[in-house]
Design a protein around this ligand. Structure first.
Ligand code: URA
Length: 432
């Protein structure tokens, strides 16, 4: 390893140059170990934000972050290892039915997920709506569940990619989140630490997405696919619509219920389409299907014949959850209010971010680190984008807990849709 000269490295990047591989590696190791202060790391992140990174340089950064802590090795398992990652959105519960469906088709799915962030929900919070379900698995238990059921759904441990934990926290307070190389290295270092062979990336666009602009999303998608390839992992990215909610349920318990419907071969068509498409592509990437259509058919069959549901029941029991309650579904609060059209018109969703924040107001998300989440609150979508409504027709049902946060949620929800005089075309689920 080179002897690290942090000031020289910063000057190189400040002037738009490429940092030597050994210096990138030494910097990540030293920062993770606490030997480089936050102000120097912030300066480097800012320079990367402004100048970007060459692919080869970004691949070195990603690998250095990935190896900053424990890396799973599941090579002894008899089958390919796969995962998917979504940049997150409103009602996006695809991972929950996809993981057991793909496992039922012969792949192992060691899925490390996150919690709700800002206006978006998180897979871990949704899973924890199942009474007893534990997501804080230590590596040995994560492996045991994976071997037994073909999938394991857990959260990031302290020893997995510690470099990203520190760098992400620093980016968060220095306004440096929205950078394509920094997002790429952050997401891929965590996913690749799972020891996977293939990855599907779901990059959302639209008002509820993290990057709203489809052109920026496309750049992120292409960069992540290239860098995953440089790191030896086959990857495909899809750009999918977050200008409208996915499925009809938004909330932790209600999204589990909608996922259970999908796992039984029922539920909303858009959710099923993404589960089959992305799951089918994973099967293709690892040779469990000859082409995507065959992969999609295999995933669909696992949903329709009960194998995917059975896997999820097994997984729930192994992770300490009450599997019996999956049959009847999880309880919501039982208290609802319906928002209706105040005039006739065609329904357009306009600010999905506001919709996600409304769920937070009801108690379904965190305003501060450590806030308790109420799994039973949320929203049910009662009208489709573009449909023609008369005055008084229902649009959204709000599930609230004794009125908590209801006024604030109502105000945000009013901003999330509008009624237009002219017909509007529903927006496509997928971009080419
Ligand atoms: N999610 C991540 O894990 N990292 C980012 O940088 C952005 C979103």
């Amino acid at each position: 390893m080179s002897r690290l000269d942090v000031r020289a490295l910063l000057a190189t990047k400040r002037d738009g140059g490429r940092i030597a591989d050994a210096d990138v590696e030494a910097f990540v190791a030293a920062y993770t170990a606490g030997e480089v202060p936050d102000y120097q790391a912030s300066a480097l992140l800012m320079a990367i934000f402004i100048h970007g990174m060459e692919d080869a340089e970004l691949a070195v950064l990603t690998r250095a972050m990935l190896h900053s802590g424990d890396v799973f090795d599941f090579s002894e398992l008899d089958g390919p290892k796969v995962d998917k990652h979504s940049t997150g959105g409103i009602g996006d519960k695809v991972s929950i039915p996809l993981a057991p469906a793909v496992a039922a088709c012969g792949a192992f799915v060691p899925m490390i997920s996150g919690r709700g962030l800002g206006h978006t929900g998180g897979t871990l919070d949704k899973l924890e709506a199942i009474p007893g379900f534990r997501t804080g698995l230590e590596p040995a238990e994560f492996r045991r569940v994976l071997v037994k059921t073909g999938l394991a759904l857990g959260g990031q441990t302290a020893d997995l990619v510690p470099a990203d934990r520190k760098l992400y926290a620093l980016r968060d307070v220095t306004g440096l989140i929205e950078s394509i190389p920094l997002i790429t290295s952050s997401i891929l270092s965590k996913k690749l630490a799972e020891g996977i062979d293939a990855l599907v990336l779901d990059v959302k666009f639209g008002s509820g997405a993290f990057l709203t602009d489809p052109a920026r999303g496309a750049e992120l998608a292409r960069t992540m696919v290239r860098i995953a390839g440089e790191c030896g992992v086959r990857a495909t990215a899809f750009q999918t619509n977050m200008a409208r909610p996915l499925g009809r349920e938004i909330g932790n318990a209600s999204e589990i219920n909608e996922s259970l419907a999908c796992l039984r071969g029922e539920g909303p068509a858009d959710l099923r389409e993404l589960v089959c498409l992305q799951g089918g592509e994973l099967l293709r990437l690892v040779g469990l299907a000859d082409d995507r259509a065959e992969g999609e058919a295999k995933v669909a069959a696992s949903l329709d014949d009960g194998r995917a549901f059975e896997r999820f029941v097994q997984l729930t029991a192994e992770q300490g959850g009450d599997a019996a309650c999956l049959e009847g579904g999880l309880d919501l609060t039982g208290k609802t209010e319906t928002l209706c059209a105040d005039r006739a018109g065609y329904l357009a969703w306009c600010d999905l971010r506001a919709m996600g924040l409304a769920v937070g107001e009801l108690g379904g998300g965190r305003k501060q680190l450590g806030d308790e989440i109420d799994p039973g609150v949320g929203l049910t979508i009662l009208a489709d984008e573009g449909c023609q409504l008369g005055a008084g027709d229902p649009i959204l049902r709000v599930h609230h807990r004794a009125g908590r946060g209801l006024d604030a949620a109502r105000a945000k929800l009013q901003a999330s849709f509008e009624l237009c005089d002219e017909p509007i075309e529903p927006t496509p689920l997928l971009l080419d």
